[in-house]
Design a protein around this ligand. Structure first.
Ligand SMILES: NC(=O)c1ccc[n+]([C@@H]2O[C@H](COP(=O)([O-])OP(=O)(O)OC[C@H]3O[C@@H](n4cnc5c(N)ncnc54)[C@H](OP(=O)(O)O)[C@@H]3O)[C@@H](O)[C@H]2O)c1
Length: 249
């Protein structure tokens, strides 16, 4: 029985590895950085199968899907956690950057879900790490936010289509990881309201998926934000958001 975890080299991903490694026989740890994958092997030994894969590269993702189809492993957990973000207006992105972000945040996760489904028994879990930014459109992280809205929508549908598999969209707000820039270029300290640690996100996500929840939000602050996104006009929320972040651009 195995777990497949993308972004296993990152702050949230490596915590998922740590929490799940004893529940399965083997973790397929997906990442790009060999040194970080080697550290996982050093720590957890032969429970880790390091799989170097660039999820922005279509052929590499298909190769990974074919490896799954070829080996037909019994998959207990698929955790699509890899992701990239950048705060900037859409006009600042190159075409390649946009394409890569959508490939990593959405396309690879979707293809991996499809490839894994046939090998997931009743009671297994798919966790797709989205974000609280999926709850509403967010200018200046427009692409990231839209990519995570896709993942939230996709995961919830998948959960209904596959009654035997628990599919959970993990939607944290700010998490203290290396993904967050500590300062802007002008030296202004960015404030991250409601920021939480990676272990809190992972612990809550695992608890929530075991309870069969299709969405996991790990703090009261962001559960309140989710509530606001349901009752307030998005136009108003976007105005507040844009005003708060413009000074960091
Ligand atoms: N930090 C936050 O505030 C926050 C909030 C909400 C949601 N999230 C989501 O949480 C997830 C994990 O992020 P994190 O905060 O733990 O950041 P992180 O430490 O920077 O981890 C990002 C992970 O994504 C992987 N990745 C990036 N590009 C890749 C590519 N082309 N191919 C394969 N893997 C790639 C990285 O692997 P390599 O380093 O090996 O390339 C790394 O393991 C992401 O989906 C993110 O959107 C984060």
């Amino acid at each position: 029985m195995i777990a497949i975890i993308t972004g296993a080299t990152g702050d949230i991903g490596s915590y998922f590895v740590r929490k799940i490694v004893n529940e399965v026989d083997l973790v397929w740890a997906i990442g790009r950085r060999k040194s970080a994958l080697d550290s996982l092997v050093e720590r957890f030994g032969d429970k880790i199968l390091p799989v170097i894969t660039d999820l922005s590269d279509h052929d590499s993702v298909i190769e990974l899907c074919k490896k799954i189809e070829g080996e037909k492993p019994e998959i207990r957990y698929l955790i699509n956690n890899a992701g990239v973000a950048r705060m900037a207006p859409v006009s600042d992105f190159t075409l390649d950057e946009i394409s890569n972000m959508l490939d990593i945040n959405d396309k690879s996760a979707t293809l991996l879900c499809r490839a894994c489904l046939p090998y997931m028994a009743k009671g297994s879990y798919i966790l797709n790490v989205a974000s609280a930014s999926a709850f509403q459109p967010n200018p200046y992280i427009a692409l990231y936010s839209a990519s995570k809205a896709y993942l939230l929508s996709f995961t919830r549908s998948l959960n209904v289509e596959n009654e035997d598999i628990n599919c959970t969209a993990v939607c944290p707000g700010w998490v203290d990881t290396k993904m967050l820039p500590k300062k802007t270029k002008d030296g202004i300290k960015i404030s991250y309201p409601g920021i939480v640690t990676a272990d809190k996100v992972v612990n809550t996500a695992l608890k929530d998926c075991h309870k069969g929840k299709d969405v996991s939000v790990c703090s009261f602050y962001y559960r309140y934000m989710m509530f606001l996104s349901k009752v307030m006009p998005h136009r108003t929320l976007m105005r507040f958001w844009a005003k708060a972040v413009r000074k960091y651009l």
